[in-house]
Design a protein around this ligand. Structure first.
Ligand SMILES: NC(=O)c1ccc[n+]([C@@H]2O[C@H](COP(=O)([O-])OP(=O)(O)OC[C@H]3O[C@@H](n4cnc5c(N)ncnc54)[C@H](O)[C@@H]3O)[C@@H](O)[C@H]2O)c1
Length: 312
């Protein structure tokens, strides 16, 4: 199968590329390298079934590319991913995440793609009242990033109605693993890992009881692959473990993996930070046969091993 991955040089996208190549597919990645890097694709670039196009998804060249390539599935991961940056510059965020999604959908249609798989975010739930957040919970965006992701979802549904192109949206919780930059939504794992390996101080905001739902990148890739099949058309699924992990527990696990003392500093909670988050993975299990397999203790060890071996 021929597949297109937007944001293919990023953290999640590059793992998806590797998995698709390992599965024997032909993979084309489009990435402007604004936050991703060629280093993430070092293995993939050695394959003759892989091509990287250094391109902004809003560039009309994307339409020419898909018209020629005719990819069967488009995995749309390219995005402005920082909530804080979206608050500081909502127009930039909308340009990449809304205009960029519209451009990707036009290109997918032009290339007669069967399906688009989209990476949305738990940020679209705002401040949920039920945790783990059920799959059919109401959305309530509280940041430009959340609003742009939700707008992108609306575009997917609208393009399906207008042009018949299928889609599945995956609502990702806090993804972590090798190759993650410290700026992402689950950047805390890579921030703590880097600091604890280097022996520099770590800080927890608040009293350490804030919770998040950490899901390992290989599990997310498995969800994306499943969503690229024939199941889950026109639906959105949470991809998370349903398990809440406190900041304090996360720190202990990473300190253990890094062989470092478990002694974080504490600072005032940051304004707007959610006290708790986890999402219900059961609908993704029923709809896509997906389940998270890598527990957090194993995942942070794999992440620390990668960080140790990474050239600095
Ligand atoms: N990491 C998480 O915890 C998480 C959680 C929820 C949702 N997501 C979503 O998953 C997707 C992948 O996230 P990630 O963590 O791998 O982030 P990432 O920043 O590593 O990947 C995004 C990629 O998109 C590329 N990109 C950005 N703007 C582009 C443009 N205009 N044209 C072409 N390429 C462009 C970047 O260079 C980067 O390689 C994003 O859509 C993100 O919103 C991630």
């Amino acid at each position: 199968m021929r597949l297109l991955v937007t944001g293919g040089a990023g953290f999640i996208g590059s793992h998806l590329v590797d998995r698709m190549l390992a599965d024997g597919h032909e993979v084309v990645a489009v990435d402007d390298l604004s936050s991703g890097s060629r280093d993430n694709l070092a293995g993939a670039l050695r394959s003759d079934r892989f091509t990287l196009h250094e391109l902004d998804i809003r560039d009309p060249a994307l339409i020419r590319l898909t018209a020629e390539l005719r990819p069967e599935v488009v995995f749309h991961l390219a995005a402005q991913i920082s909530v804080r940056r979206s608050v500081a510059d909502p127009v930039h965020d909308a340009r990449i995440n809304v205009e960029g999604t519209a451009a990707t959908l036009v290109a997918a249609c032009e290339g007669s793609a069967r399906k688009v798989v989209f990476a949305s975010s738990v940020a679209t739930y705002g401040r949920p009242t039920t945790i783990p957040v059920p799959g059919d919970a109401p959305t309530d965006p509280r940041s430009p990033y959340a609003a742009s992701k939700l707008s992108a979802e609306t575009y997917l549904a609208m393009f399906r109605a207008l042009h018949g192109i299928e889609y599945t949206t995956l609502v990702l919780s806090n993804v972590y693993g090798p190759r993650q930059s410290p700026d992402g939504e689950a950047g805390v794992v890579s921030i703590f890992t880097d600091a604890l390996l280097a022996g520099t101080p770590t800080v927890l905001y608040g009293d350490g009881t804030q919770t998040r739902d950490y899901v390992y990148v290989d599990d997310v890739v498995d969800g994306l692959v499943r969503a690229g099949g024939s199941e889950g058309n026109g639906r959105r699924f949470n991809l998370g473990t349903g398990i809440q992990t406190t900041d304090r527990r996360l720190h202990s696990l990473i300190a253990d993996a890094a062989g470092a003392p478990d002694k974080p500093g504490f600072a005032q909670p940051r304004e707007g930070d959610l006290p708790a988050m986890a999402v219900d993975p059961v609908p993704a299990n029923e709809g896509l046969g997906w389940e998270p397999r890598v527990d957090l203790s194993t995942g942070v060890k794999l992440t620390a091993e990668w960080a140790r071996s990474r050239p600095r």
